[in-house]
Design a protein around this ligand. Structure first.
Ligand SMILES: [Mg+2]
Length: 232
């Protein structure tokens, strides 16, 4: 038998918390596009795609401060407003499909009575729109957004959804595509797994020592299956 890639969960897996952008939804191109449009609208230097992908996963205010360290609060607010307007409304922005395997993974967890939640740097309005468009809203027992909590890697979002779900950290797993997700999980004392189809490279993610590092959601489902085989 193949060695398990995930260690057993004492008491059984009870809650899986997903990041949204770059983890469940293939939205990084749209985010890059709208960060660049916002910079143009404000007449500041437009950063290249690599620089922008680096900060995707932070809350938008924190991201703007990383990109433009000299920015004052008024600039951050105007940039964030322009960015969100583009993301929510721009007809020429890249589309944002779900990644392959989302439904299969969520169905598999659901069938085992594993609760599902989202901890995302999106705004509440942005997440609600995404949940409505994808029809996934009813899947999640709790959601936390970047405009309602401190930015990742602060643990507040993860702690909020665990409290709402009523599940302790030892029976929770975080799934994300950025180092900020993995750092948030570490700060909350929650083991994490990473997928590499999003914004950050395998090497950067590995440096945060996730329990497992998978290329995509199909491969992630396989490691959950293997772990179940071990824990019974
Ligand atoms: Mg992400």
């Amino acid at each position: 038998m193949t060695a398990p890639l995930l260690p057993p969960v004492a008491g059984g897996l009870r809650l899986v918390v997903f990041d949204w952008d770059g983890t469940l939804m293939d939205s990084p191109l749209r985010i890059v596009h709208c960060l660049q449009r916002a910079a143009e609208a404000l007449g500041v230097e437009v950063r290249d795609e690599a620089a922008l992908r680096n900060i995707i996963g932070l809350g938008v205010d924190a991201a703007v401060r990383e990109l433009y360290p000299e920015a004052d609060a008024a600039f951050v607010h105007r940039f964030a407003t322009a960015y969100r307007a583009c993301y929510l409304e721009a007809g020429d922005a890249p589309p944002t499909p779900l990644y392959p395997g989302v439904a299969r993974l969520l169905d598999w967890l659901d069938a085992r009575e594993v609760l599902l939640a989202v901890a995302t740097s999106k705004s509440r309005r942005g997440l609600d729109q995404a949940l409505e468009v994808t029809g996934l809203g009813a899947r999640f027992v709790a959601t936390a957004t970047g405009d309602e909590h401190p930015s990742k890697p602060h643990p507040a979002m993860l702690e909020h959804v665990m409290e709402r779900a009523g599940v302790e950290r030892t029976r929770t797993r975080m799934v994300g595509d950025s180092v900020y997700d993995l750092q948030m999980a570490r700060h909350a004392g929650v083991p994490a797994v990473a997928v590499t189809h999003g914004v950050h490279s395998r090497d950067r993610l590995r440096a945060e020592a996730p329990l497992a590092l998978q290329t995509d959601l199909e491969a992630l489902l396989e490691v959950f299956r293997q772990a179940e085989g071990v824990t019974g």
